[in-house]
Design a protein around this ligand. Structure first.
Ligand code: GLN
Length: 300
């Protein structure tokens, strides 16, 4: 990038150079968004200030950081791993390689859960403990904890790296969450007592091998496969475990809310039905895809 004349290091020029050098995306809007995010997160200069003060001179150190970021972006690394931070439901969430980057659809899951819980007439469920299974960065648990300060919130994950990041994110957002390691596939050993939860929420892995062809390089090459992929011949592997365990852990009348593979909504709903759940409903995401289901453990 620029490094000799301070004239060349004026933010306006560096910004335009950075944006036009981004080869990881074809979309001009996305190029602007990524460049704005990098300038804001790495240099602390938001778009409005960049526009009103185009003559700010960037230091050699700033240029060096931008150059390294540009190289990583052009290798298709997600911008969130470069800045180390993203936003979920309006909250700051730190991420790093090994931890799934929160998705916008998942905010819709949180909204469904929170709307449903607020309207819940059953007090034990409304004020009951909420569990987020496979919490990753902690985004679902943290968003719910910030909306339901009276409820106990628990969250588990198989990945210690994720739990470390999730704990840090809970502190960052000043919410109290009880985190624990949990391998969903293990049948014994549980931290949870039967009939102890009002609500279980989860966004487990659900992407099949055949879905991979539709996925972008930044996801495939950089995000944790363990949080995304399931075997082609058993795509509901995690849902089956959740259905089994949820039925045991939930209070009578308690709920499960899940993000799902849009091609498997019928099968996923059928699975929960076969495990004894009732009131099973599916909801579409902003892209009009079957993306979430809800199921209830019967009262009796
Ligand atoms: N929706 C995510 C993606 O397409 C997948 C999330 C998941 O597997 N739970 O990258």
């Amino acid at each position: 990038m620029y490094n000799t004349h301070s004239e060349g290091n004026k933010i306006r020029k560096v910004y335009l150079y950075f944006k036009s050098s981004l080869t990881c995306t074809e979309h001009p809007g996305e190029r602007s968004a990524i460049t704005n995010e990098i300038f804001f997160r790495l240099l602390g200069i938001a778009a409005d200030r960049r526009v009103t003060e185009p003559d700010i001179i960037l230091s050699a150190n700033d240029i060096d950081r931008l150059t390294k970021a540009l190289e990583r972006l052009n290798q298709y690394e997600p911008v969130q791993y470069i800045t180390g931070i993203t936003e979920f439901d309006g909250l700051p969430i730190h991420v790093r390689p090994g931890v799934l980057i929160p998705r916008q659809e998942t905010e819709e899951l949180v909204q469904w859960v929170s709307g449903h819980l607020k309207d819940q007439v059953n007090e034990r469920i409304r004020h009951g403990t909420i569990l987020d299974v496979g919490t990753g960065s902690g985004c679902i648990a943290i968003a719910l904890a910030s909306k339901f300060r009276g409820n106990r919130i628990k969250a588990c994950d198989i990945s210690e790296v994720s739990l470390e990041v999730a704990k840090h994110n809970a502190l960052l957002n000043k919410v109290d969450i009880n985190f624990f390691v949990c391998d969903l596939m293990e049948d014994n050993a549980s931290e949870l007592l039967p009939s102890s939860l009002g609500c279980i929420v989860s966004n487990p892995p659900y992407v099949t091998e055949s879905d991979k062809s539709e996925m972008a390089r930044n996801v495939l090459d950089y995000e944790p496969g363990g949080a995304l992929f399931v075997p082609e011949n058993d795509p509901l592997i995690f849902y089956r475990q959740i259905a089994k365990k949820a039925f045991d852990w939930l209070l009578p009348g308690g709920f499960v809310f899940l993000e799902i593979n849009e091609k498997l909504s019928g099968e996923t709903m059928g699975l929960f039905k076969s495990h004894g759940f009732t009131d099973i409903a599916c909801r579409r995401d902003i892209n009009n895809k079957d993306r979430f289901i809800r199921a209830r453990k019967p009262e009796k």
